[in-house]
Design a binder for this molecule. Structure first.
Ligand SMILES: Nc1ncnc2c1ncn2[C@@H]1O[C@H](COP(=O)(O)OP(=O)(O)OP(=O)(O)O)[C@@H](O)[C@H]1O
Ligand SMILES: [Mg+2]
Length: 358
């Protein structure tokens, strides 16, 4: 998967940008407020139909205009694809894939698997479990073609069961069979992923965090040692007081520990960022091993929190994954490009993006 070309119109301060991209490393340089993050936001938008900075359309649309568009040309094993997204300040979003309307973003997302690393990436370790479930589900979505549908069925069943619970616990029983069927399947897939992932991530942790030993443990969303049906049967009391389904994969977590303590309590901020990078690298490798696909990695403000030694190590590990990488920084000296077979450098100034001919 390689992003060959990108056209952006009226996204934040980017009035009109038209770029031919490098299949390996793309370095985006510019002063604060020049438009670097906005450019990464454009790539994120065309894959996932949403920004990583806001849920709303209005802040994304360039002041004085009513809509933004992003087009991307993707080279994939199935050929060249054209992806497009249009968002207007009324909150409407339209997606296009190869000249046709696309109903939802999953077809675009599967053509352009995106990994994002930002100065807030440590939130994966720090914030609620939802983000860590999303981390696991990112891999399963890209690797198992029916996983999204399975997850959607499960979520619908939880919703219907919760609505029934508002009437009575008796009324909710009718949904138990479907809940257990979909829930157990999701649990199996996630457990398997975490086992493979734990093996893949270990060498990256070793190289980025020296010899810190980190354990990854999947918590299924109910007490360990029970199966889902037992946990559901045992949850009647809590269900009654809470009024919703209190056990299941919608409550799962990926627990990340060092010597039985949550990793977040021990690691420095830079180490937290490096751990998240190691996790993303392992995900990319898992994707490549399972599907042959290489991802696209967006790293906003690579230098933040990282010293030059760790920046170089990270870039060199990224190069080995075969991923196409986009990094932003304020100065070129901060990015060590030596190991890359090809590099393009872009300079951003007041929303204008120009390739720097080297
Ligand atoms: N809707 C909008 N319309 C026009 N300009 C906007 C809009 N939203 C934000 N901006 C401006 O866009 C510019 C680009 O912001 P961006 O976050 O991309 O900068 P950056 O190059 O990543 O900066 P930094 O190095 O500080 O992270 C900012 O100057 C901001 O004021
Ligand atoms: Mg920025």
């Amino acid at each position: 998967m390689k992003l060959k070309g990108l056209k952006v119109k009226d996204l934040r301060n980017l009035a009109e940008v038209n770029l031919d991209l490098c299949p390996h490393l793309n370095v985006i340089l510019g002063l604060n407020g020049s438009g670097k993050t906005s450019l990464l936001e454009g790539i994120h938008l065309v894959s996932l139909a949403r920004s990583f900075r806001t849920q709303q359309n209005r802040p994304l649309v360039r002041h004085g205009t009513n809509e933004l568009t992003v087009f991307a040309l993707i080279e994939s094993p199935s050929g060249v694809h054209k992806l497009g997204v249009r968002k207007n300040s009324k909150g409407e979003t339209a997606l296009r894939l190869d000249g046709q309307k696309a109903k939802n973003s999953s077809a675009l997302a599967s053509l352009l698997p995106i990994q994002l690393i930002t100065p807030s990436s440590h939130e994966l370790l720090e914030s609620g479990r939802k983000q860590r479930r999303a981390f696991i589900d990112w891999s399963l979505f890209h690797v198992k073609h029916d996983y999204l549908e399975l997850w959607q069925r499960y979520v619908r069943t939880v919703r219907q069961r919760n609505a029934a619970l508002h009437q009575s616990q008796q009324a909710a029983i009718v949904w138990n069979e479907a809940l257990l069927k979909y829930g157990e399947e999701i649990n199996r897939e996630r457990q398997q992923f975490v086992v493979s992932f734990s093996m893949l991530v270990a060498p990256y942790i070793q190289q980025l965090l020296d010899n810190i030993s980190i354990e990854f443990d999947y918590y299924p969303g109910w007490a360990k040692g029970k199966d889902f049906s037992q946990a559901l049967a045992d949850s009647q009391e809590s269900e009654k007081s809470m009024g919703y389904t209190t056990v299941g994969p919608h409550r799962a977590d990926l627990r990340i520990r060092i010597d039985k303590h949550p990793a977040i309590e021990i690691l420095s901020r830079g180490q937290q960022k490096l751990l998240v990078c190691a996790m993303r690298l392992a995900q990319l490798e898992h994707l490549r091993l399972e599907t042959g696909k290489t991802g696209v990695v967006l790293i906003d403000d690579l230098p933040s929190e990282l010293d030059s030694e760790h920046r170089s190590r990270l870039l060199s590990l990224l190069e080995k994954t075969g991923a196409q990488v986009f990094v932003t920084a304020t100065e070129s000296e901060l990015i060590d490009t030596t190991v890359w077979p090809a590099v393009k450098v872009f300079h951003v100034e007041h929303g204008q993006v120009k390739e720097v001919v080297q």
